[in-house]
Design a protein around this ligand. Structure first.
Ligand SMILES: Nc1ncnc2c1ncn2[C@@H]1O[C@H](COP(=O)(O)OP(=O)(O)OP(=O)(O)O)[C@@H](O)[C@H]1O
Length: 506
């Protein structure tokens, strides 16, 4: 056989083989775009087929199924759809209007009204970075941010979103310039949170603003004239930082106050009046008045400094005490000097008739039992969150009725200047924590009775710490000498103050 005769056929075979190889190569190297196009074509084809079937099925159903059956199917389909689709959330909106005071003046100066309270509250919640436009108002150091009319912001309370919108007033209705201010604040929220908005969120705003205003206000000290109080601004600079006393004692007072403030619910539950009594005792110049001022500054409570020598009748005392608001401190200084030495027992032994006389206008004079009864009785129930402080230089002269447990909850001894108190004073006056003369002064302090007031006076003699400490060392040396010559031996048991908590606060 001629080998050439088989050539063409082998050429065809070769050509066919190479074509199939090319096709195979093309299939292997098909680019992703081409694959996507193929997939798209397949999908379109499938969709067209499905659509055709649906149209056919609907046509057949229309032809074959009776009208009632079709209506039932439609109803079932809509029911399923309603179940699957989330229901539109119902919203509620509270409109808070800015009402004018009588005489057309707007309620705008923070003087009251829910509108102002909400504005003040929102000023603390606004995120300046999240708002495109903001209003800045106020002057001096007090500036507040608020939303522009037409803007809105979201506040989250207890995990729930509350949306606030500022809506412009309708100034076009009136030519009156004041009308520009009749804007409203609108609070919107999901309907299911209506109770929360009204019963918790809005009261929370009101309480937050009231507290912020209280912390912001200037403190006042009231003094009694007759049966009324007269207040002046109270700028006593004493704070717990500046008070020179044993750090542990100081901390225990601060902790006690903090606990007291948090205990509204607790006092209600146990059926006790929400008040706390402190008896501060110790020699003159040890800082009792300074501690009272520090407590007032810490709590931001106004002080009511009661001068009992000004009060002649129990009825006047009752009027004064009833006139004290919540969150205030009643101070009676030198309580040992306020009453005659007549003991509570003797007072209790008085006949009914004499007691009646002592509580009427016919017999002037305030009795200790009258004061205590009123503080424990009516006064306790007519207000909340009140502190009573008695001070004395002579605790041993006090009537036992004042000292019995439950009356003055905490007894605080303000003692002579010890080492820690001295270091606080030097830090306050010279901003130094250590000095070459400290060891010498520490030694001297351990042997003399010197009050923080005396030490303060010496430190004030010079602005130069070296000179002032030299003056103090000399003063302490002289005191020590005088005491040695007088043969007095110092007991410094209470040098830095001792605390005696009569009723342990749970
Ligand atoms: N513990 C203290 N810490 C800081 N300063 C004090 C302290 N004690 C006294 N001082 C200084 O002495 C001055 C008088 O003190 P303060 O009136 O507080 O003492 P007091 O114990 O209330 O005296 P008195 O019993 O005479 O009323 C204060 O203004 C203060 O400058």
């Amino acid at each position: 056989m001629d080998p050439s005769a088989s050539k063409p056929s082998s050429g065809l075979v070769a050509a066919a083989t190479s074509a199939s190889m090319e096709a195979a190569a093309t299939a292997v190297t098909l680019p992703p775009l081409a694959k996507a196009v193929d997939a798209y074509k397949t999908a379109v084809g499938t969709a067209a087929t499905v659509t055709t079937y649906v149209v056919l099925a609907r046509g057949m159903a229309r032809e074959l199924l009776p009208h009632d059956l079709r209506a039932a199917a439609r109803w079932a389909a809509s029911l399923i759809r309603a179940r699957l689709e989330p229901a539109p959330v119902e919203r509620r909106t509270l409109v808070i209007k800015r009402f004018p005071y009588s005489g057309g003046q707007l309620d705008s100066g923070g003087g009251g009204g829910l509108y102002d309270e909400v504005r003040e509250y929102l000023a603390t919640r606004i995120d300046p970075h999240a708002m495109r436009r903001l209003c800045l108002r106020g002057g001096g150091t007090k500036k507040t941010l608020s939303m522009e009319d037409g803007d809105s912001m979201t506040d989250v309370f207890d995990g729930v979103k509350f949306k606030w919108a500022s809506v412009a007033g309708q100034s076009s209705k009136s030519k009156n310039a004041n009308a520009n201010g009749y804007g409203t604040l609108e609070l919107s929220f999901d309907a299911e949170h209506t109770d929360m908005a009204l019963e918790r969120y809005v009261p929370f705003i009101t309480a937050t603003v009231a507290e912020a205003r209280r912390m912001d206000r200037a403190l006042q000290i009231f003094m009694n004239e007759g049966s009324s109080w007269h207040g002046i601004n109270h700028h006593h600079p004493a704070t717990f930082d500046t008070l020179a006393m044993d750090p542990a004692l100081k901390q225990s007072i601060v902790d006690d106050l903090d606990r007291f403030l948090k205990r509204r619910g607790y006092y209600r539950r146990i059926g006790k009046a929400w008040k706390r009594g402190y008896l501060l005792y110790g020699p003159p110049g040890t800082g009792k008045s300074s501690l009272v001022a520090a407590m007032a500054n810490y709590l931001r409570f106004n002080l009511y400094d009661l001068d009992l020598s000004e009060v002649r009748y129990n009825i006047a005392l009752q009027r004064l005490l009833s006139g004290m608001p919540n969150k205030s401190i009643l101070v009676i200084e030198d309580i040992d000097c306020c009453f005659s030495t007549k003991s509570r027992k003797e007072e209790d032994d008085l006949s009914d008739q004499s007691r009646l006389r002592s509580s009427t206008h016919s017999q002037p004079g305030i009795t200790l039992s009258g004061l205590l009864n009123f503080i424990d009785g009516l006064w306790s129930t007519s207000g909340e969150e009140r502190i009573i402080i008695f001070t004395t230089n002579y605790k041993d002269r006090l009537d036992p009725a004042l000292l019995r447990p439950g009356r003055m909850d905490m007894h605080v001894y303000m003692g002579y200047c010890g080492w820690e108190a001295f270091k606080t004073l030097v830090r306050n006056y010279f901003l130094v924590d250590d000095h070459a003369r400290f060891p010498e002064i520490q030694q001297l302090l351990s042997g003399v009775e010197v009050t923080p007031a005396e030490v303060s006076e010496m430190l004030l003699r010079s602005e130069d710490v070296d000179v002032a400490l030299g003056v103090l060392a000399e003063f302490l040396g002289e005191k020590k000498q005088a005491m040695c010559e007088g043969g007095s031996v110092q007991s410094h048991q209470e040098a830095e103050g001792v605390i005696c908590d009569r009723t342990v606060m749970p």
